[in-house]
Design a protein around this ligand. Structure first.
Ligand code: SF4
Ligand code: SF4
Length: 383
């Protein structure tokens, strides 16, 4: 087996990169049993942990790029091993030595675009607010109640712009005083951090924190659970604490407090897909469901795998940028699960989930069978 350095050195490097919890693993295999990869192909995070313990990690392997950071195995591990952080530590080493498996080549392009333009899509930073040009949206000003932080996908991707437009409509109808930072905002950095590019993440985080502080931001509403995770749980590493709310939480609150009135009906069978970073990572399960249940005519059918057992869409951990062959796509399985639940619409609350599911809809030729909607798009139709 080829290695880049003597075994002890590799073990030390893994520890330094944050992967020290391999020491706790007693190889019970629970993580492999619950990992969604094993419903499509053979993959063993347990083996990766074992190899790390002996300094036998192959950083050139495709396997170190597989984990979607879905959060399922850390919840079930009896020994408190942090499989996600361990996996990221191996990617940090791969990035440090500039060794990328063919499947991870796209990560390099995303990192370069993030460093140059503040988004992973190779789009012009100056055009970040163009999605809002013809909408009733103001630039954020210091005395405003809320900063609406549209993620990179909502800013540039034609499908996801519709989600940002729905959010704007809802916020305006509820009389929320909000603004956007436009070209002054950068990618939150969550995904690139999970690929091991810590320096790129830190630079993005610092840019955003400076923009928030300079603009007098106190409360941030996000459409993406990945922005939610980063702003709420990771930016405090820089000694800042913003009040961070996901759009599903805000909409629920607006309905509860009578600021948003549901006037119409939505006569469809709907199922709800829990995004990993809203559900398992942050425990937000009830508000999205409460919104859907408050809509007249809407029938909410749960899929067999829901809440903390929800199946990952496959797009986390930077995998949204990588090619995943047909047969290996979790999102294809999820669409079949939604159909088995009798859903005409699969609602969710995450730009990656929507991107992955929209792709699967095309690949599986289900365009006439099932729709994919962000919760805000459904709410927009009934207010
Ligand atoms: S579940 Fe935990 S203890 Fe068991 S093999 Fe996986 S990492 Fe090791
Ligand atoms: S976090 Fe999810 S994808 Fe990653 S190894 Fe654990 S179960 Fe598998």
């Amino acid at each position: 087996m080829e290695t880049k350095a003597p075994f002890i050195e590799i073990i030390d490097e893994i520890k330094k990169a944050g992967g020290h919890t391999y020491r706790l693993c007693y190889q019970c295999g629970t993580c492999d049993a619950v990992c969604p990869w094993n419903s499509v192909r053979t993959f063993s995070i347990r083996k990766i942990i074992r190899e790390a313990a002996f300094g036998l990690t192959e950083i050139e392997s495709d396997d170190i790029w597989r984990c979607t950071t879905c959060g399922t195995c850390p919840e079930k591990c009896p020994r408190g091993v942090d499989q996600i952080e361990l996996g990221i530590s191996l990617r940090r080493l791969a990035s440090k030595y500039d060794v990328f498996a063919p499947s991870a080549e796209a990560v390099k392009a995303a990192a370069a675009s993030l460093a140059a333009e503040g988004n992973p899509l190779n789009e012009d930073r100056a055009k970040r607010a163009d999605w809002a040009r013809d909408l009733p949206v103001k630039p954020f000003a210091e005395n405003m109640e809320i900063l609406f932080f549209g993620c990179c996908y909502s800013s540039y991707d034609p499908r996801m712009k519709r989600v940002a437009e729905a959010a704007v409509d809802i916020l305006n109808k509820a009389g929320v005083d909000f603004g956007i930072l436009g070209a002054r905002e950068s990618c939150c950095g969550e995904r690139i951090r999970k690929t091991g590019a810590e320096d790129v993440y830190k630079s993005l985080a610092k840019e955003n924190i400076k923009a928030f502080i300079d603009s007098g931001v106190r409360k941030i509403v996000v459409s993406s659970p990945h922005c939610y995770e980063t702003f709420k749980n990771e930016y405090p590493e820089f000694m800042v604490n913003f009040d961070v709310v996901h759009m599903s939480q805000l909409v629920h609150e607006l309905i509860e407090h009578g600021r948003l009135e549901i006037k119409g009906a939505y006569g469809k069978n709907v199922t709800y897909h829990d995004p990993c970073y809203l559900g398992r990572h942050n425990g937000v399960y009830d508000e999205p469901r409460a919104i859907l249940r408050s809509i007249p005519g809407l029938t909410l059918n749960e899929m067999a795998a829901s809440r903390n057992n929800s199946l990952c869409c496959g797009g986390g951990g930077g995998r949204v940028w990588m090619e995943t062959p047909k047969g290996d796509r979790f999102s294809d399985i999820r669409l079949e699960q939604a159909r088995a639940a009798g859903a005409e619409v699969m609602a969710t609350a995450c730009p990656y989930c929507i991107t992955m599911f929209e792709d699967s809809r095309v690949i599986l030729e289900l365009e006439d069978t099932i729709e994919i909607k962000d919760i805000t798009e459904i709410v927009r139709e009934v207010i």
